[in-house]
Design a binder for this molecule. Sequence first.
Ligand code: HEC
Ligand code: HEC
Length: 234
Amino acid sequence: MKPIHPTARILSLTAALLAGGHAMAQATGPQATGVQSTGVQSAGAEIEQGHAAFVAKGCYECHGLAGQGARGVAPTLARSRLPLSAFQAYVHKPGGQMPPYSAKVATDPELEGIYAYLQSMPASRNASSIPLLAAYVAGSPGPLIKARSVAAAPPAQPAATSAEGAGVFRQNCAACHGADLEGGVGPSLQAEASKRTVAQIAAFVKDPAPPMPKLPLTQHDLEAVAAYIHGHKS
Ligand code: HEC
Ligand code: HEC
């Protein structure tokens, strides 16, 4: 019915992720573990392994490479106040939008490493020290954010605009669908306009097909983000 659709690829990617990240680990390889490793080198092997697991299991997709979190997507994990046992228990049986990782998919020793990695984040490398992320944390756009997007912009226009939608997208969707709608955990949305009307996009997002999560958006935000996606020119 529909033209070739990225869903199959995405589902297998998601399946690989949920099946233990082995495929992802192979695909990303050791080079992926080099990211952000500057301050970690002097610390123990457990931290380095934890860093690798954090990447291989896809935790970084939502929580950020440094566990800094992204507002509207996933909370900060760096220097978590949860005790290790609660951290492990949460990952096995999360309470909200986060997908569960069984004890086979993310073993307790692996999670101990991830926990050690996250605890090793120096206080100075928190989200507010990274200009791009500072806006998420403080709600005050840094220069990069300002240049890139009108999203953090003044509230409350009566009609939902695609400019507003850009902000809704960045906060709620970009972690899975990519900052430029190019896809990631979720499919590319760059050609969505050829498949759905604005109203149909809004309807899909309001009541999505799993594994896409249902997000708590207002009708106004739904319309804005649908307008943004529909208006995207690739
Ligand atoms: C698809 C996005 C996503 C992925 C992937 C993901 N998380 Fe989460 N995580 C969330 C969200 C969203 C929350 C907020 C609570 C909720 O909705 O479950 C959360 C919450 C948490 C919490 C609780 C934080 C707190 O302080 O309450 C922990 C711990 C956690 N995640 C660890 C992990 C680890 C470790 C991984 C990888 C093995 C991971 N997450 C992968 C989205 C994700
Ligand atoms: C946790 C990851 C995740 C988040 C967050 C997310 N999506 Fe998705 N989305 C998916 C996945 C996975 C699919 C594929 C679902 C399927 O099997 O059809 C999808 C599918 C879609 C589709 C249908 C694509 C198509 O061509 O069939 C649209 C439209 C969409 N998402 C929009 C959004 C919007 C808008 C947001 C934010 C408000 C959002 N998504 C947030 C994971 C996500």
